[in-house]
Design a protein around this ligand. Structure first.
Ligand SMILES: [Fe+2]
Length: 391
């Protein structure tokens, strides 16, 4: 028996932003809180939305108080603004951090307390109110935030989440047109994040037949199109396929969960402020270099989705090829393939390991047990750029 959850309504594909008017009219909304980031505002990406709201005579309060890898402080500032605005609905438009902030603020506006009261590792309160309705509109193809119930926050030395069904979007609009202005590095990092979601969901201990179908399709789609999307931002086909692949990966990992790569990436993001997609990218090959013996059949299917030649090869040889392809892909899209490149001192590996071990929610979904020794070894290999191939 399996369970599968997703947001109520998902609009996707080119020009799907046109559905926003209908949604707002259906909800009879008079007053909107719109959260975005300063770059999107200055690039004019939200201008078409503001024009629509104006035509519909809807009052709008805009906040650009977002930040990448958001802190609790920023989360609470936005929460206060949503409360003070007395808006009837929250629209989040931006990358994963903006969408996470919109999700947390819209729900907590209807609950007592502040963000830290509801964190997974240390929070002591339970959400009671469902919160304001929310429309989530991603402008990157990668984080999956628009289809999950999680909001991630940066703490001093790691990250933690608020996770609850109430954080799911009421409406999600995934329009690839909004990703046309993404610079290559963000396209690369968010695209590898999406690929990591798909691969980790596929090999997760919580995978199901439905999450497998979504994940495997996403893996094929993303690996086929990510290089083009990074090289040529105006390639509509690549942008559309990346947006769709990211949606499939998001729906899959929301239900199957992500695991070791994300668990080890959180401390890298928390301690050294490495963007989420990049911290996954720099670990992806090294985590799979360690865990592939525990998921050989699925690794072989991933090789097929990568369109790697498998004829005449043993499963072990195929797995080693998959791991190398993961590192090659990260390199091809222009992201660092070793932790060393971030000028992080090797002595921090112990601290990173201690923090990663706290991410039990993620680590328990790994097909291979990730204990202190294993995690330290993975960080060390990722630092040096060493693939062991289990030899
Ligand atoms: Fe992620």
């Amino acid at each position: 028996m399996y369970q599968f959850i997703s947001p109520i309504k998902i609009y996707y594909g080119e020009e799907s932003l046109n559905n926003l008017d209908k949604i707002l009219l259906d909800l009879k909304v008079q007053h909107v809180f719109l959260l975005t980031d300063p770059i999107l505002k200055s690039l004019g990406v939200i201008t078409p939305i503001l024009e629509r709201l104006s035509k519909l005579n809807i009052k709008v309060e805009i906040s650009i108080d977002t930040e990448p890898e958001p802190s609790l402080l920023v989360g609470n500032v936005i929460l206060e603004k949503v409360k003070e605005s007395e808006a009837e609905i929250v629209i989040g438009i931006g990358g994963g951090s903006t969408l996470d902030l919109a999700k947390a603020a819209s729900v907590l506006a209807d609950n007592e307390g502040v963000i830290e009261d509801y964190l997974n590792l240390t929070g002591e309160r339970k959400l009671i109110g469902k919160g304001l309705p929310k429309i989530l509109i991603p402008t990157t193809a990668g984080t999956g935030s628009e289809v999950t119930d999680i909001a991630v926050f940066s703490l001093e030395d790691t990250k933690d989440v608020i996770a609850h069904d109430y954080l799911l979007a009421d409406y999600t609009i995934i329009d690839p047109v909004l990703t046309y202005t993404l610079p290559p590095k963000v396209t690369a990092a968010s695209g590898i994040d999406a690929l990591t979601h798909a691969i980790e969901a596929y090999t997760s201990a919580n995978a199901s037949p439905l999450t497998d179908i979504l994940a495997l399709d996403a893996i094929g789609r993303i690996t086929k199109h990510i290089r083009t999307a990074v090289r040529d931002s105006s390639d509509k086909e690549a942008r559309e396929q990346m947006a769709f692949g990211s949606l499939l990966a998001g729906m899959s990992f929301y239900n199957a969960g992500v695991a070791g790569v994300h668990g080890l990436a959180y401390p890298l993001g928390g301690l050294f402020k490495i963007p989420h997609g990049e911290s996954n990218a720099v670990l992806l090959a090294y985590v799979y270099d360690y865990i592939w013996p525990s998921c050989l059949v699925k690794i072989k299917e991933i090789a097929e989705a990568f369109q790697l030649p498998t004829d005449g090869k043993t499963n072990n040889e195929i797995a080693i090829t998959v791991v190398k392809s993961l590192r090659d892909l990260v390199k091809d899209v222009g992201l660092p393939t070793t932790i060393k490149e971030y000028k992080i001192n090797e002595e921090n590996i112990d601290r990173l390991t201690t923090n990663a071990l706290k991410q039990t929610r993620l680590l328990q979904r790994s097909p291979e047990i990730l204990n202190s020794r294993a995690i330290k070894g993975i960080y060390r290999n990722a630092y040096e750029g060493k693939l062991t191939n289990h030899k």
